[in-house]
Design a binder for this molecule. Structure first.
Ligand code: TLP
Length: 345
């Protein structure tokens, strides 16, 4: 059996259908706006998000950074969760490249920020203070166990943002997982947002790429920021061809990944040594209970010997993600491998 790679859904390889579409994609110079496949992808993405326009970008990280650069000036502040990916895992790009200050608020276990905390964090108009410009939410929330933020909550944050003249950006790297889990259309989850980034490259299996969506004016500014960051790609229609399949068909099957993640979480809950956190979508997070006979380093090594890769984020515990390439046989093998390793410890 091939290695079963559950470290992330970023490891997904393009499907055979994607490879075929990539091989015959029509391309042009996208910096001239002449790549028909990218243009088609951007049009479809904007439609799916219910926004006026969209921009194909190389990664979720760049999409979030561009959004921050467009919403904020140097010295401005963004209200963001302390467990949010753009704060924790994007190399401090907002500070390094945008001079943007993160005003972090405690993320609740369900990935939300308390409305009263947000309200309390908005700066008064005072020469001593930075200017609060933006609120940033993440959906699904990676560190908060893949939880899905609902349209009602996001609407309330949007109302708060508007009342204070702030923008709302959503890091929707796994937005379609959230939409699937909640049984709603993705656009309902971003209706209150000014901008959203979603990734084609994670559970949707495209090899590269994310899409940033917003108003025409926002995307015009985003285009300049993308160029500045060196993200103006040329004949990248070969990538967008996979992105179109990601968006059209791969968004429809994420429920399967969630069901397998649920089965994995249930099986892990039966193992005495482990504490398994709530599972919502395709992310399963767990850690060893106090006094367990084994630690993450040993578990990862023993699982690897059995052909299964999982990841360990120190104090954050261990993580296994299901995705297109994890079928029922792979899931069965994984559960048996966990049982074998933990029962022999
Ligand atoms: N997440 C990766 C790692 O960076 C941790 C993963 O394996 O989960 N937003 C969210 C919520 C993400 O989870 C990620 C990637 C990104 C943005 C960044 O996307 P890329 O990798 O395309 O820059």
């Amino acid at each position: 059996m091939d290695t079963i790679d559950l470290r992330s859904d970023t490891v997904t390889q393009p499907t055979p259908e994607m490879r075929a579409a990539m091989a015959k994609a029509e391309v042009g110079d996208d910096v001239y706006g002449e790549d028909p496949t990218i243009n088609a992808l951007e049009k479809l993405a904007a439609e799916r998000m219910g926004k006026e326009a969209a921009l194909f970008v190389p990664s979720g990280t760049m999409g979030n950074l561009i959004a921050l650069l467009v919403h904020c000036q140097r010295g401005d502040e963004v209200i963001v969760g302390d467990l949010a990916h753009p704060f924790l895992n994007e190399t401090g790009g907002m500070a390094a490249l945008g001079g943007i200050q993160a005003h972090t608020l405690r993320n609740q276990p369900d990935g939300t920020l308390k409305l009263e905390d947000i309200e309390g964090a908005i700066r008064a108009d005072d020469q001593h203070h930075p200017i609060t410009r933006l609120i940033l939410l993440e959906n699904t929330h990676n560190r908060c166990y893949g939880s899905a933020l609902g349209a009602d909550y996001i609407g309330q944050v949007g109302t708060l943002a508007k009342a204070h003249g702030l923008g709302l950006h959503i890091d929707g790297a796994r937005l379609f997982n959230a939409a699937t889990a909640l049984g709603v259309e993705a656009k309902e989850l971003v209706a209150a947002a000014d901008s959203v980034t979603f990734c084609l490259s994670k559970g949707l299996c495209a090899p590269v790429g994310s899409v940033l969506c917003g108003s025409d004016e926002f995307i015009r500014k985003a285009l300049r920021a993308r160029k500045m960051l060196g993200g103006g790609m040329r004949q990248a229609g070969v990538l967008a061809a996979a992105g179109l399949i990601a968006l059209e068909t791969m968004t429809q099957r994420l429920g399967e990944d969630h069901a397998r993640a649920n089965a994995l979480a249930e099986a892990l809950r039966e193992m005495d040594a482990l504490e398994v956190f709530p599972q919502h979508t395709n992310i399963v997070r767990f850690k060893f209970k106090e006094g367990a006979a084994m630690g993450p380093v040993e578990l990862l090594a023993a699982m690897k010997e059995r052909g299964v890769l999982i990841s360990w984020g120190g104090a954050w515990g261990m993580r296994a993600l299901t995705h297109y390439w994890i079928d029922d046989a792979a899931l069965k093998h994984t559960i048996e491998a966990f049982r074998g390793v933990l029962q022999s410890a």
